[in-house]
Design a protein around this ligand. Structure first.
Ligand code: ADP
Ligand code: MG
Length: 204
């Protein structure tokens, strides 16, 4: 198993019309400031030695000005000395919305599967997830949403539902047509019929 580079995973997903939020590796605080163009950003440290970034203090949200960006970059660089090799990635800050998880894996019995769940405690505590064998149909996607106890929270508006059905179909196609051991889009932040994928993990 091999962890696919974040930016490569993002490019491959784009070919399937799955768009992740604008992101770029940055190698200096100046780079990060340039990336921001005056808008709020997020900086994250990516390393195989720290899979849960936020638990390790490796996600710096809401960086609103140059000095916040510089101090976040410097803090991440310090933490990075113990996590080599690592990279720092800059991302646009997504507008707030509902956080969902779209996942995939290869099951020994069923083969390739796609998973949908509401983010946070709903997945971990309530195990409220829907799973289907890939590739799924539009009907399967609708059914996955309806099956969730949290489905109504996700599709509080009809636009979200339509968007999510398309997104699930595209992710299912990506899983079907590529060598994927594990996929995690966690979270996908959805609002008003649009979405931002802000964290990607693909194991080949
Ligand atoms: P990890 O899952 O490794 O802890 P994430 O990249 O998922 O790291 O970030 C943790 C949380 O930070 C996300 O669940 C989300 O709530 C928030 N977050 C991450 N990236 C962004 C972003 N670009 N815009 C807005 N919120 C973000
Ligand atoms: Mg995550």
């Amino acid at each position: 198993m091999e962890l696919l580079d974040y930016m490569k995973a993002s490019e491959q997903l784009r070919k399937y019309n799955v768009h992740s939020i604008r992101s770029s590796y940055v190698s200096s605080a100046d780079d990060a400031v340039k990336f921001a163009k005056g808008k709020p950003i997020v900086l994250k440290l990516i390393s195989n030695k720290a899979l849960h970034k936020s638990k390790s203090g490796l996600v710096k949200l809401n960086l609103n000005n140059d000095s916040q960006i510089r101090s976040a970059f410097s803090d991440l660089s310090k933490k990075g000395t113990k996590l080599r090799p690592y990279r720092i990635i800059a991302q646009e800050l997504a507008k707030s919305g509902i956080e969902i998880i779209i996942g995939g894996n290869t099951d020994v019995q069923f083969g390739k599967m796609v998973l949908l769940g509401l983010g946070g405690i709903y997945v971990e505590t309530f195990k409220d997830v829907a799973l289907r064998i890939c590739p799924i149909t539009k009907f399967d996607a609708e059914d996955m949403i309806d099956q969730l106890k949290s489905g109504k929270i996700i599709t509080n508006d009809g636009k979200n539902r339509e968007m999510l059905v398309k997104l699930l179909l595209n992710v299912s196609k990506f899983i079907s047509e590529n060598k994927i051991t594990e996929l995690d889009l966690n979270p996908v932040i959805i609002r008003d019929g649009s979405y931002d994928v802000v964290d990607i993990r693909v194991l080949k």
